[in-house]
Ligand binder design. Structure first.
Ligand code: CA
Length: 226
């Protein structure tokens, strides 16, 4: 899951990012309406957490921008303004939920999960290929019903490959879903993550394999039964 957090208070932004990264969600940060606009044009997100009081305007502008182009990405507004009129205004514009600052990080997570479930992302929340089951909202994986411990990157890699099981996923597409925009992408990092994931799946008796398609990318597919 790829989340955009728009928040101009650096300490809070980092706290939210650190918290959501553990779930694991990939989080991009924007500190202004301008930065948020640029990121929303460049990437697709599964949900947006929006601060309203930004240095260059009201974060609600970003919500307006999304909805104007028919983009129904769930938006949760976090705001210091708890006046009823502000909330009604936001809800009228298509805001999905709101929290009043200061908010609890656990509550933020719970509300985000609820939004992702409601938005139909739920349809793809539980992925199954072969004997692997992946809960993309909880960030947990099982092979043949037994929990498997995976690092955040490996979980995201597995999710990306499982969503396109049986099809080749290009390296750039994998990298886009795996790394935040501000992470440096080292081409060896992806290979290393794929090798590690392969080994873990093999060791846990998974009935799927990840094959390398030279010069293109990777494909996860269920092993043919003998
Ligand atoms: Ca603010």
């Amino acid at each position: 899951m790829h989340i955009l957090v728009v928040e101009d208070e650096p300490h809070l932004a980092e706290l939210v990012r650190a918290h959501l990264s553990k779930i694991p969600f990939a989080v991009d940060l924007a500190a202004s309406v301008d930065e948020g606009t640029a990121l929303l044009r460049a990437s697709r997100y599964d949900a947006v957490v929006l601060d309203r009081g930004l240095p260059d305007g009201d974060g609600i502008e970003l919500l307006r921008l999304l909805r104007a182009k028919g983009d129904m990405t769930p938006v949760l507004a976090a705001t210091a303004r708890d006046q009823l009129t502000d909330r009604i205004h936001g809800l009228d514009l298509g805001m999905d939920d709101y929290m009043v600052k200061p908010y609890d990080l656990g509550e933020l997570t719970a509300r985000l999960r609820a939004l992702l479930r409601r938005s139909g992302k739920a349809l793809g929340a539980l992925l199954n290929v072969g004997n692997i089951a992946l809960d993309t909202v909880q960030g947990s994986a099982e092979v043949a019903g037994k929990p498997v411990t995976l690092a955040r990157r490996q979980l995201m890699l597995l999710e990306t490959l499982m969503r396109s099981a049986g099809r080749v996923v290009s390296r750039p597409a994998i990298e886009a879903s795996l790394y935040r925009i501000d992470d440096l992408i080292d081409s060896n990092a992806l290979e290393a993550n794929v090798s590690r994931l392969r080994r873990i799946l093999q060791d846990s008796g998974a009935t799927v394999s990840i094959s390398t398609v030279r010069g293109v990318g990777y494909m996860l597919a269920e092993d043919k039964k003998p």
